[in-house]
Ligand binder design. Sequence first.
Ligand code: NAP
Length: 250
Amino acid sequence: MTKEFAGKVALVTGGSRGIGRAICRLLAQGGAAVAVNYANDENGAKETKRVVEAEGAKCLVVRADVSDEGQVASMVSQVEGALGPVDILVANAGWIQTGTHEEVDFATWKRHFTINTDGVFLPVWAVKDGMIARGDGRIVCISSIAALRPRPRQIAYGAAKAAVIGLVRSCAEAFAPQVRINCIAPGLIETDMSNTLSPEIRKVMVDQTPMKRIGRPEEIAELAAFLLSDRSSFTTGQTMVASGGRVTLP
Ligand code: NAP
């Protein structure tokens, strides 16, 4: 891989495992210094640090709840103090609890929005002014095909992830031309999150996927790297779907 992110500082929220770790690895391969955010899984974050440093990149591990304004501000100032201004943000941290509509109460609804939507807004708001002032910034936010395709057991999650797409579309216009911001809507990807689904539900989802398999975190990371690189220099405000074709089904 070319060192297309050489000299850049990247912050990846929810970098302790899954899709976040795969993105951290690819950004490190591309030459970025990488700040790995996590909420609880310190050992996972340390493992991501090992992976990043194995690529020859600088790494900082930062604990912060992305839905807490004070913790996000402190995270960004720690990153900027240790590595420099944030050039690249990947707002990846997320949370899901599947359930029927009878099981969704207001607390569950609010928790989905707190982590998946506030948890994108706050990191974006913490870095956008610096990016605009410096004249360059790239942001990728991770949504889900649950935002685009109705899922009866993902009501709150789908609504919160749809809000992320709306945020990205408006911000793209507001932050241009200095900052490009795009969204990725993954289908079912092999991570701890998808492993919470029962084998029966996973089978149904794979059967509904034209490519007949679960995606790999590395496949989402490749798309993120593309959207964060100069290779996508005329693309902003878009939501790229990576789902093995699943969202195209009725
Ligand atoms: P995962 O393996 O469950 O990892 C979730 C990550 O988010 C972890 O690093 C976790 O940190 C972090 N996180 C959760 N709450 C946080 C908080 N309040 N503050 C900071 N970090 C927090 O999930 P994944 O599958 O890699 O998912 C990554 C993103 O892709 C999420 O936004 C998810 O909604 C989205 N997505 C996933 C799939 C899929 O099938 N896997 C499909 C569509 C979209 P800790 O480890 O410290 O808890």
